[in-house]
Ligand binder design. Structure first.
Ligand code: BGC
Length: 729
């Protein structure tokens, strides 16, 4: 309504002896003498409802629909002058825009229903049921035992049948949502929308004598409207509360029982801050011990010096090949460094056949050389090169290696499920070089061996000057950091003004090898360790890394099945599903860290994501209780891993002792498992008060390794003098 017409109408209203009732619909044409009837609302409502047929009701409501332009006219939105004016405006608008508000409620309800497919489905089914009832009654009335059932009773029966289903699919929450959203929207609109009529009524109410008929009728209409709104809201709230209460009761009672049953099994996995601080103290001691001696037999941590003494300065350049071997795949990359740390990367992932992981070592290196050849050919990298050109290759080899220079590294032991023969104890740089040289025409020299943590650190320190530590939280776990050589008694290499520091690869995954983590290890940890390829090794890694998280969860599930807490009775009752169950229950490694992450993040009401995952691994039709318990298990195991990782990162930050430090992190757990990352960050915040920043290192193990080779090349061509910027403060 334009201002003009509003003013005209206002003038008409003010001059007219009787109000325009069509503007105030609920006490309207059918009820003109309402003020003379007794004021009992229910009597009024019932009698009117009986009189009205649907068409009349619809026509009346249509007439009272206010123009949407007026409804949404933002020029009319103004805060009320005071509480009294606000209350008056609220009352007026609720009545004035009642039909518009009704439509808003319908739109919100439709939105809520179509975004809850299960609810939509049941409502459709209910509609279809009512339609069938009406069809059936059209043909002949329904009679049971000579008793004719009224159609309204039949509708009621359909409704009653659907109520439990509606509750199950969350109708309670939906009603609450609709109620909350409607009240919120309507309240705000009614409070802030300044309708000319209303302001005029406000003036009238203040100026005119209280005995005026007009004011009296207006007050009666407002009173009626308030009553209707009050009663409707009350009834809806009661239904909503009831539905919600029943819904919560069924849910929460399950929760309490389940927690009681599973708590004892999960308790040993729940670490206190005190335990974490003890882990920190033990890790710190083992790190210090590891820097003193190379006695890897008796020490937990190898603390390998990596022969990388400097971070990138921004003046590095050139092209490099990188082979990144550390998980079940390996990656070949071509990295171009174009100065000022600008890098271009082109890479390809090659699958490693499982037989190679456990077979003859020489075959593994031959396969790597073959893939390198394919990569160079496919990308035509040799095209513009002279006949004598040799590519420089950085070898990212993510296993514990004792280095004696940047290009000499003896493998101490395999981890992460690798177990190739004749490699442990040998120089892996030499083995790769020999495999390359065996392929005629492949012109590559291996110039650096780099642990993935070192690559991660280098890639990030090209961006953040205060980045002095690199961490991998993926298939395996490890960390490296810049250490002053003064703190490394076992260092036998050069010590001068240029070599004042070195990156140490801690190999912290091995912590606990001599028992310092026994106070937090559970029976499940021991079981997993005993059945692994590397018993008594990588104890810490086996509690944290992605390769083992799924297996820990699987072993707990197996334990719960054996105690008949999970899938009770199913194993005996359904022989048809036993083979699948057996595969899951018997096969080591059949439950992945990705499953843990997805189940932990399952916030669906019916835990449908968990159901889908369990079904995909052979556990068909798990009950809600089963899914709920398994989600609790996943949460607990993942939280423990994140807390332990946080404790370890905290030790690094404390050792670096800088006013602010950036830690570069890579690995699937940190990159893709949001809850893990969240728990890690939160716990770390509690454990170290120092300013720190955790940064995801993008393609760190490839780019960073190329940078190691590039820094080495730069230093050879232009030996540096003392570089202050790379020292920890
Ligand atoms: C290896 C480390 C490696 C880490 C992350 C561990 O199993 O021992 O050398 O850095 O995994 O890949």
């Amino acid at each position: 309504m334009s201002d003009m017409s509003a003013t005209k109408q206002l003038a008409g209203d003010m001059n007219s002896p009787a109000p325009q009732h069509s503007e105030i619909p609920l006490g309207t044409s059918t009820d003109n003498n309402v003020s003379s009837t007794n004021n009992n609302m229910s009597t009024w409502a019932m009698s009117n409802l009986q009189k009205l047929n649907v068409t009349e009701l619809y026509t009346q409501q249509r007439q009272s629909l206010r123009p949407w332009l007026d409804f949404f006219n933002t020029n009319q939105f103004k805060p009320p002058a005071n509480i009294k004016a606000g209350a008056r405006r609220l009352v007026f608008n609720v009545e004035h825009f009642q039909t518009n508000y009704f439509i808003v409620i319908i739109i919100l309800s439709i939105y809520c229903i179509i975004t809850t497919p299960a609810l939509l489905f049941i409502l459709l089914a209910m509609g279809a049921g009512c339609y069938l009832v009406s069809l059936k009654n059209h043909e002949s009335p329904l009679t049971i035992m000579n008793h004719q059932i009224a159609i309204s009773q039949q509708y009621l029966a359909v409704f009653c049948l659907c109520v439990p289903l509606l509750l199950m699919v969350g109708a309670g929450s939906a009603i609450f949502w609709i109620l909350g959203a409607s009240v919120f929207v309507i309240f705000l609109h009614a409070l802030f929308h300044q309708t000319p009529n209303q302001e005029a009524f406000g003036v009238q109410m203040e100026e005119m004598a209280p005995s005026s008929d007009y004011i009296l009728e207006f007050k009666i209409d407002v009173f009626k409207t308030l009553k209707i709104v009050g009663i409707t809201t009350g009834v809806l709230t009661a239904i909503g509360l009831g539905a919600y209460y029943i819904h919560r009761r069924t849910q929460s009672s399950k929760r309490v029982i389940l927690r009681d049953e599973v708590r004892n099994i999960l308790r040993p996995f729940q670490l206190t801050e005190e335990q974490l601080r003890r882990v920190m103290a033990n890790l710190n001691t083992e790190m210090t011990n590891g820097l003193k001696s190379d006695d890897t037999e008796n020490l937990d941590l190898a603390m390998f010096p990596t022969y990388v003494h400097h971070g990138p300065s921004g003046q590095e350049s050139g092209e490099y090949l990188v082979v990144d071997l550390g998980g079940s795949n390996f990656r070949v990359s071509h990295v171009s460094i174009e100065g000022r740390n600008r890098m271009r990367l082109n890479n390809k992932i090659f699958l490693i056949p499982h037989s190679l992981l456990l077979g003859e070592g020489e075959k593994l290196f031959d396969y790597i050389a073959e893939c390198l050849q394919r990569f160079i050919d496919d990308n035509k990298l040799s095209l513009l090169k002279s006949a004598n050109y040799k590519f420089d290759l950085a070898f990212t080899f993510s296993f514990p290696c004792k280095q004696t220079s940047l290009r000499e590294a003896t493998l101490v032991s395999w981890t992460k499920g690798f177990s190739c023969t004749s490699v442990v104890g040998n120089d892996v740089v030499l083995m790769l070089q020999q495999a390359i040289d065996r392929r005629k025409g492949l012109k590559i020299q291996v110039v650096a061996l780099v642990n993935d943590t070192v690559g991660t650190l280098m890639a990030c320190s090209s961006i953040y000057r205060d980045c002095k530590a690199g961490v991998i939280l993926g298939t395996g776990t490890n960390a490296c950091y810049f250490e002053n050589l003064d703190n490394v008694p076992k260092w036998t290499g050069v010590r001068d003004n240029i070599h004042k520091q070195v990156i140490i690869s801690t190999e912290w995954g091995a912590l606990g090898r001599h028992g310092c983590l026994d106070f937090i290890r559970t029976d499940i940890d021991r079981e997993l360790d005993e059945s692994s390829l590397t018993p008594h090794q990588q104890v810490f890694e086996k509690m944290i890394s992605a390769l083992y998280l799924g297996e820990i969860v699987r072993l707990i599930i197996v334990d719960l099945v054996q105690r008949s807490i999970l899938f009770p009775g199913r194993m005996q009752k359904s022989p048809s599903i036993r083979p699948d169950y057996n595969i899951f229950l018997i096969l080591r490694g059949s439950f992945y860290a990705k499953h843990v992450a997805d189940i932990e993040n399952d916030t669906t009401e019916d835990l449908s994501i968990t159901t889908t995952i369990l079904t995909s691994i052979g556990i068909h039709d798990p009950s809600y209780d089963d899914c709920y318990i398994i989600r609790e298990v996943c949460k607990t195991v993942s939280l423990r891993a994140a807390k332990l990782a946080a404790a370890a990162v905290a030790v690094l930050i404390n050792r670096l002792n800088m006013s602010s430090v950036t830690v570069a992190i890579d690995g699937t757990l940190f990159r893709h498992h949001q809850q893990f990352k969240h728990n890690l960050t939160r716990t770390l915040g509690r454990l170290v008060p120092r300013t720190h920043r955790l940064v995801l290192s993008e393609d760190g193990s490839s780019k960073g390794s190329a940078l190691v080779a590039a820094v080495d090349r730069r230093l050879k061509t232009a030996p540096m003098t003392y570089d202050k910027t790379n020292l920890p403060s």
